[in-house]
Design a protein around this ligand. Structure first.
Ligand SMILES: NC(=O)c1ccc[n+]([C@@H]2O[C@H](COP(=O)([O-])OP(=O)(O)OC[C@H]3O[C@@H](n4cnc5c(N)ncnc54)[C@H](OP(=O)(O)O)[C@@H]3O)[C@@H](O)[C@H]2O)c1
Length: 297
């Protein structure tokens, strides 16, 4: 397994395992432990979660696995996120952001408790918050680092302006931006984020690399166009179409780390196989242009 070095203190497996959908997997703690062990055996040692996933349930389920098999935690790099909250307010569920100093500190401590661990390897601000005060949020993140509760800090879904603002406040300590990228989503190419990250040698984590499974749905015209091309390329390389998508993401010089969201071990194996696929240079552009959203002029 390739390791991507983020700092002297932290490297992640290039293929990361995401646990956002864990609450729908209907796994017992024992099954989850076996599932986690199978990932670790493949070298997929970096695990991604967030406090908001299933209203903190995903962190708790992972924590039960770490508590039951105490050898697991030391074998993985654990990533969580804060900043999004959903509450019952005046009888209605309402989602909002909170990236204040006290909230970030409290959230991290609560995540550690749920996950049955004494530190996170990487802690991210989950989404851009229109009320983000980079100096206040930055101070909270740096204090968590100083206290040894998190090894490294980063963000998710930030545009280049917000990334730059917070990164100034933490003296350049942000080690990643976790962003969406797949053959039908190019937001961060169009915002300049990919150029920013590549130029600054900051390696992004990529969420929904398969568009959350939509890529395989025939009724979505953009996905269908992209998948027709991806399937054609997969035949040339004698592999599964999803392997080609991961190979396409890994090909980029930014050295991205796709986060696999599937519950199925064989689908994680398909992602790992991408590390051995050598795409032709032109094939990268074939996929880039396949959905029709990006023009090659
Ligand atoms: N930072 C953020 O804002 C953010 C947002 C979303 C997600 N994330 C992170 O990114 C991770 C990955 O996101 P994701 O779950 O959306 O990733 P994904 O890998 O794009 O999608 C996973 C979904 O696709 C399905 N799928 C995979 N292969 C398939 C196939 N060949 N045919 C049909 N369906 C298939 C999976 O079903 P099966 O389980 O049945 O295989 C699963 O439901 C999450 O777990 C989370 O850690 C972060």
């Amino acid at each position: 397994m390739n390791k991507i070095k983020l700092t002297d203190n932290l490297s992640l497996s290039q293929i990361i395992r995401g646990f956002w959908r864990l609450d729908s997997w209907n796994m017992s703690t024992e099954e989850l432990i076996n599932n986690m062990r199978a990932c670790i055996d493949m070298g997929v040692t970096s695990f991604d979660t967030a406090e908001i996933y299933a209203g903190t349930l995903c962190e708790s389920l992972m924590g039960e696995a770490f508590a039951k098999d105490t050898t697991l935690r030391g074998k993985v790099e654990l990533i969580s996120k804060t900043g999004i909250f959903k509450e019952e307010i005046n009888g209605r569920s309402f989602g909002y952001y909170n990236t204040t100093y006290d909230r970030i500190k409290q959230s991290c401590k609560e995540s550690l408790q749920r996950l049955h661990t004494d530190h996170l390897d990487l802690y991210l601000i989950h989404r851009e918050d229109p009320l983000l005060d980079p100096w206040e949020a930055g101070r909270a993140l740096l204090d968590l680092k100083k206290e040894g509760l998190v090894k490294e800090i980063g963000v998710s879904n930030f545009d280049p302006f917000k990334f730059d603002g917070l990164n100034k406040a933490v003296d350049g300590a942000l080690v990643t931006n976790q962003i969406e990228w797949n053959p039908v989503c190019f937001e961060h190419f169009n915002s300049g984020m990919m150029d920013y990250l590549t130029a600054n040698k900051i390696h992004p984590m990529i969420w929904s690399p398969l568009a959350g499974g939509r890529l395989f749905k025939e009724d979505d015209p953009l996905c269908k166009k992209a998948m027709d091309k991806i399937t054609e390329i997969a035949k040339r390389h004698n592999c599964e179409p999803d392997t080609i998508v991961y190979a396409w993401i890994i090909y980029h010089p930014v050295q991205a780390m796709p986060i696999v969201g599937s519950q199925k071990i064989e689908r994680i194996e398909s992602a790992v196989k991408a590390l051995d696929i050598k795409l032709e240079h032109y094939e990268w552009y074939e996929i880039y242009a396949a959905s029709g959203q990006q023009q090659i002029r």
